[in-house]
Design a protein around this ligand. Structure first.
Ligand code: GN1
Ligand code: MG
Length: 382
């Protein structure tokens, strides 16, 4: 492992014509008119495809699945289909939310020729999904009403999938959110990494050294039978919760690659760590990073309104640990990737993942400093 950059040969994006040709291999309702980059994901490459349909233009999402991260794209696609089938089985699962609003999830678009729901091109798997129209997502939240919607969206998602039998979901990313696994990987890469030891890197390494024992908190609770596995989203950061463009109500979740059995705490922690950091995970204003309690209360209020009845007291009791742990874990993952030469998360420059790690560590510190206030919010809402 070296500190070279880039550590992974990031594939050159195909030309517009090549992208249009790939999109054309899916059963779309018309000729491809344009293909544009979409969103800011760190793992897959995502494009918005516009086709000329009978009733006017229609839009779809084309994605190159990152085969370095998802070694079994077939299982990723099978899980997304299992989720769609589960929801289609009982009409009330896709019925409008309690408020009569929309509720939608991306659906798999079949290919024109072949049985697999993806095509292979350029050494990768490409898939097409439906696009949620008249919706938007936010990288950061700045008001409690939106925070409540984001929490409500995740809660509704959990509630809708809680009875999806675990055996119908494959493990698409082994060890995902099992923090001790990330700690082991960190130790391995740290000993061989040749990345220069800057003061920022030393600060990050010291931060991890101080908190190693805490990495087991959720896995120990699971092993002791206090927490149980349920189907989860895996990646419910704020910008994966779609909001109606007009009403602002949550209408569904996107980015379903990591739907698999796990602890709801991974999701609750990820939603809170991304939703309560008003500056967002890409900020360079490290000193100003804090965990916002007002947004935390609003996200949890929305979440529990939709999913609270499903949770047991021990699950509620671990929410504070979850938000602290998932913020720390993401910092650890960014730091390990920095040490590995940026092989996992898309990075703009050699220090990008180190800066991201420091943001998550600053957020973790802010969470720790507000420990009793966060616990009281949970107690009040539960
Ligand atoms: C990755 O690709 P994206 O942006 O949806 C990562 C998440 C991290 C997130 C941080 C499969 O998600 O776990 O929280 O970056 N997804 C995977 O921005 O590792
Ligand atoms: Mg993702």
């Amino acid at each position: 492992m070296t500190g070279r950059f880039p550590g992974r040969s990031v594939p050159q994006p195909p030309s517009r014509d090549a992208l249009a040709a790939i999109a054309g291999r899916f059963r779309l309702p018309g000729a491809v008119r344009s293909v544009e980059p979409l969103g800011s994901g760190n793992v897959n490459a995502t494009y918005l495809v516009t086709v000329e349909g009978k009733d006017g233009p229609a839009r779809f999402v084309l994605q190159r699945i990152n085969g370095h991260v998802f070694r079994r794209p077939d299982l990723v696609m099978r899980n997304i289909q299992a989720l769609g089938d589960h929801l289609a089985q009982r009409p009330e699962r896709l019925a409008p939310g309690a408020d009569g609003g929309r509720w939608e999830l991306p659906l798999v678009v079949p290919v024109r020729e072949g049985d697999d729901p993806w095509v292979e091109e350029d050494g990768a798997c490409w898939r097409t999904l439906t696009f949620l129209e008249n919706a938007r997502s936010l990288d950061v939240i700045d008001d409690p009403a939106t925070a409540r919607e984001v929490g409500w969206g995740l809660g509704r998602f959990h509630h809708l999938i809680h009875d999806l039998p675990a055996e119908r979901l494959a493990d698409t990313l082994e060890g995902f959110h099992v923090t001790p696994t990330y700690l082991n990987a960190f130790h391995q890469v740290r000993t061989v990494s040749e990345v220069p030891r800057t003061p920022q890197l030393e600060e990050a390494l010291a931060f991890v050294a101080d908190r190693e024992g805490f990495c087991w908190v959720l896995e120990d609770a699971r092993a002791a039978g206090r927490l149980r596995e349920r189907p989860i989203h895996g990646d419910p950061k704020v910008n994966n919760v779609m909001l109606d463009a007009v009403s602002g109500r949550a209408i569904g979740l996107v980015d379903l690659d990591t739907v698999k059995p796990g602890l709801v705490h991974y999701d609750i922690g990820d939603c809170l760590r991304s939703g309560c950091n008003r500056l967002g995970e890409e900020t360079t204003d490290l000193e100003a990073v804090t965990f916002d309690l007002e947004l935390c209360a609003a996200i949890l209020e929305g979440y529990l309104a939709a999913a609270g009845s499903m949770l047991e007291p021990a699950e509620l009791a671990h929410i504070y640990d979850a938000v602290r742990l998932i913020s720390f874990e993401l910092g650890l993952r960014f730091l390990s990737d920095h040490l590995a030469g940026n092989v996992y998360f898309r990075a703009e420059d050699p220090e990008h993942n180190l800066r991201r790690a420091l943001v998550q560590f600053r957020l973790t510190e802010s969470i720790e400093a507000q420990d009793s206030a966060i616990r009281s919010i949970v107690a009040r809402l539960a």
